[in-house]
Design a protein around this ligand. Sequence first.
Ligand SMILES: [Ca+2]
Ligand SMILES: [Ca+2]
Length: 292
Amino acid sequence: MLCPKMRTRPFLLFLVGMLALSTASAAPAFMYGIDDNNEIIQYDPVNKMTRLVQDTGLTKFQGSNAFAFDEVRNQMFWLYQGDATNPAGLYYWDQVTGTIDRIASQAQTWDNQRFPANAVYYRDPSTGISYFVWITEGGSTVNFLPITYDASGNPTGVGADIQRTISGPSFSPSFMRFGDIAVQTSTKQLYLATSNGRFSKIDLTNAFGQALLPYTEIKTGNPSLQLAFDCEENILYGQRYVATDTGSDNWYTINLATGVTTTIPNYSTEGARLSARDLGGSSCTDSPLTAR
Ligand SMILES: [Ca+2]
Ligand SMILES: [Ca+2]
């Protein structure tokens, strides 16, 4: 029995070494999302871990969507459709202070649009102003809702919705059913994945200086994906929302230039709990609430 051991051990060391190398090559992606039961989940597609970090206490089944994460302040924002106990609007959770609160009404956010199923947090690098951003469902509008803060960085409310119009030869508002959106701040590109499998980008370079935002379709025929970048905004991850199916790998990386999806093996999130209706961005560090 000695011989097989002697042969196996170097191979195992080689495997461990390769695993360490492959892990080191991907930036951390401790990302957050919200599930059918209004629970905030931490997803880690690098280390393939999924953890519930916060029950929001909201009770309307599938009532939350349009989730967005501010990595700097460790705060998460999402839209809630409302019920008898908690009114509709924009909610946030501060992971450090523990505060969950509503900072804007439906009238101040999606108003009379369809309920949004996409959102991203965007800090304009030119001005430092922070926005909760979504694309109007079934429409041609990108909404930039400025978030206001007190001196301690606690969200206090929102300003007036700044609306821009998507423009491009291959664009149709009927495509805009989500899915999710994600912004690569360094290139000022907003990537979008629609529920009918379109993967496209919108150029935010002069978003606050012009009325029209250029749209480029990259690929059709993809899975319906929820999106978030890693914490360095280089690798784009996608989760196919699976409320009922079980047992399939449903996480992907997405090539930004071609839109081609590559399955992340052995990482799945399925069912009403833990499967994200919408993803936010990523932190470079594990949640203080789930750290081992
Ligand atoms: Ca999102
Ligand atoms: Ca969504």
